[in-house]
Design a protein around this ligand. Structure first.
Ligand SMILES: [Cu+2]
Length: 476
């Protein structure tokens, strides 16, 4: 009898998790601020607000120039853009330019504090190639809180190549950003950020998908090729994206730029912090459902609790014909040989269970986790990198998959978990998923990061980062 009851509960849980609500809300498109149209002078105010995820129900949130998330800032290779971040949230924070190749002093890490009611006034040079990057707070111990409240937005970088390629490029119409997050709601209200010890261990994983701040979104697009820029801005959730129709789609870019050529795929796994651009052929005029499987912290749980959700319903407006195409070739990537590296560094991301149980009582979470045996300490520099030299970084993490991220540059994957990277991952990246097998990346830093304003390397599960799984390095 007990067994039957258990099975019934299990079945009902599965049924609950796979129920998909109708796509009733038009996808919100974050405002686009083009740096060239704004005289390279942009004001972003971090503010408190109220966002309606569900009609007529206000949730307490934070945003840049608005209630939730922030405008998309479009910048151009070889330009410089002044951005003034004014902090009106009533508490200290920072704004990190995730993916930007900039010096440590304007990188926005934990050392670049923006006190309440002050403005952080920086000029961002853009030496890097076309890519989709993002901005979000990175205050020591508070990153997870501030991002969860809604403080995140996109930097889209264009260059000669991206502007010349015949890709779809009308923002919000056939070139659509998708900032993907998971949130929990109670009676339509977003639950405020709070974590249990289990949630610090697994990372905060919630059950409702929110895309650009929209719940159950749909979008109407022209007939033809559609370009989507996906950002996984969740605190901890990994997703496996696919089309319900099982139609293949094409990956054209990783975090730091275009792949050499489009790679046909049917599934796309993304960890927090990762960005990918994909192209979907909408020329048949048939509605497509972009779906996501919610991946659990423990991969073995997935067969017990399969949880799939719709990310976006993509409808076609037959009266509009799309202009963009899928080019055969996109970029030239110079793949460094391992032998070119002058130094190898090793990074082991640890979740020490003994430490954890001791600290559960005292609730000092800032030293729960570590990298190479050291929890993040803002007063300590962990590594010193020589500017302009090629290095190999060997990384692994224990207990579960961790998205490893470092500031200041992009890297190429040499091997991931002992295997060569798949064609779809042979592009410039700044986040890589690591497990207990070694992953090797090759990289070069070209900009200064001093002791005063060092770069960070860390796990992009924000709960892990806030609990000490982070280190600092200089580049000179
Ligand atoms: Cu981690």
């Amino acid at each position: 009898m007990k067994k039957v009851l258990f099975l019934l509960i299990l079945l009902s849980m599965i049924a609950c998790q796979t129920t998909i609500e109708p796509a009733t809300n038009e996808l919100i498109i974050p405002e686009l601020i083009d740096s060239r149209k704004s005289n390279h002078d942009i004001q972003l105010t971090l503010q408190k607000g109220h966002h309606e995820f569900y009609p007529n129900v206000k949730s307490e949130t934070k945003g840049f120039n608005g209630n939730y998330l922030g405008p998309t800032i479009r910048m151009y290779n070889n330009d410089s853009t002044r951005v003034r971040f004014t902090n009106s949230i009533g508490e200290t924070t920072t704004v990190h330019g995730h993916g930007l190749h900039v010096e440590g002093k304007i990188d926005g890490g934990p050392q670049n504090k923006i006190l309440p009611n002050t403005t952080w006034d920086i000029t961002i040079p853009v030496p890097q190639q076309a890519s989709t990057n993002w901005y979000h707070p990175q205050l020591m111990g508070k990153t997870a809180h501030h991002v969860h409240a809604g403080l995140a937005g996109l930097y889209i970088i264009e260059d000669k190549n991206s502007m010349a390629l015949p890709l779809p490029k009308t923002y919000g119409e056939d070139d659509i950003p998708l900032i993907i997050q998971d949130r929990d709601f109670f009676e339509g209200k977003m639950k405020k950020y709070k974590v249990s010890m289990d949630e610090i261990m697994d990372g905060k994983r919630e059950e409702t998908l929110v895309v650009n701040g929209t719940v159950n979104p749909f979008v109407e697009v022209p007939k033809g090729w559609l370009r989507l820029r996906l950002l996984n801005a969740s605190n901890a959730r990994f997703y496996d994206f696919y089309l319900e129709s099982e139609q293949p789609f094409y990956k054209i870019a990783t975090e730091g730029g275009f792949l050499e050529e489009p790679v046909e795929i049917t599934h796309l796994k993304m960890a927090p912090g990762e960005r990918n651009e994909i192209m979907i052929d909408m020329s048949s005029g048939v509605t497509q459902e972009l779906m996501a499987t919610f991946l659990p912290a423990d991969n073995e749980d997935i067969s017990i609790f399969p949880s799939k959700k719709r990310v976006l319903e993509i409808r076609v407006d037959d009266t509009q014909i799309a202009q963009g195409k899928l080019p055969a070739s996109l970029n030239e990537i110079h793949y460094w040989e391992k032998e070119e590296a002058i130094k190898t560094r090793v990074f082991e991301l640890n979740m020490d269970m003994e430490d954890t149980s001791e600290q559960m009582n005292g609730m000092d979470i800032s030293t729960m986790f570590d990298i190479n045996g050291k929890s993040m300490n803002m007063m300590r520099i962990d590594e010193e990198v020589k500017k302009g030299t090629i290095e190999v970084w060997k990384i692994r993490g224990d207990m579960m998959e961790h998205p490893f991220h470092m500031h200041g540059t992009s890297f190429l994957i040499l091997s991931q978990g002992g295997k060569l990277p798949k064609p779809a991952d042979r592009g410039w990246k700044d986040v890589v998923i690591v497990d207990d097998n070694w992953t090797e990346i090759i990289l070069k830093f070209d900009y200064d990061a001093t002791e005063q304003y060092p770069y960070m390397y860390h796990c992009h599960i924000l709960e892990h980062e806030d609990a000490g799984m982070m280190g600092q390095f200089t580049v000179k």
